[in-house]
Write a protein that binds this ligand. Structure first.
Ligand code: ZN
Length: 196
């Protein structure tokens, strides 16, 4: 993926509890770390994310993103991510309002807007995510301070990436759009071309 031109690697961590699927843990992140210079963007779709911050930080995560829905103490958790030396991200599911994260926007480097219900690859983009990105970008613009990146995850394609970028998104997670086609370099180039 690095040779194909990716900027970051996004690691979808699923625990079979918070989402109905099971993927990888810190050991896999630790194994990936020496293989690439790219930032490792670890998206924790797990119950009790507080149990996993140190493990992923030690494994070499660059960004650790947790779900607002998965914890009762989001403020404390985001502070702990930063204390671990990683960039802190917060994510919300399609059914969760921006109000759930409004009070912690000063504590994050990244907000991840889920544009599918997390758990599986290959799902169709939920159009409501577009207006959520727009409203989040307005919130960001209305504030002082260093701000945060807006990331979109789920069903991102060359067809919708331009609209997402114009709405204010900065980081685009693409699974099927990149791993589906045989030529991944070409697939990434097509996504970049659609951004312009
Ligand atoms: Zn993800």
């Amino acid at each position: 993926m690095e040779r194909a031109g990716a900027d970051w690697l996004h690691v979808d961590v699923m625990d079979g509890h918070f989402v109905p699927n099971l993927t990888v843990g810190p050991l896999v992140v630790e194994a990936i770390r020496p293989c690439t210079q790219l930032p490792l963007d670890c998206h924790l779709m797990v119950a009790r994310p507080e149990d996993w911050i140190e493990g992923f930080a030690k494994a070499g995560a660059s960004v650790i993103t947790v779900h607002a829905e998965a914890t009762a103490h989001l403020d404390r958790l985001l502070n702990r991510i930063r204390e671990s030396g990683c960039k802190a991200g917060v994510s919300i599911n399609p059914g969760t309002s921006l109000a759930a994260i409004e009070e912690v926007l000063e504590l994050v480097d990244l907000v991840l807007v889920m544009s599918v219900n997390p758990g599986f690859g290959g799902q169709k983009f939920i159009e409501g995510a577009l207006s959520k990105v727009e409203r989040l970008a307005e919130l960001r613009d209305s504030r002082v301070g260093p701000g945060f990146l807006i990331e979109v995850d789920g069903g991102v394609t060359a067809e919708n990436i331009g609209r997402l970028s114009r709405a204010g998104a900065d980081v685009f997670v693409a699974g099927n759009a990149v791993f589906g086609p045989k030529d991944r370099k070409k697939a990434l180039a097509a996504l970049r071309a659609a951004l312009r």
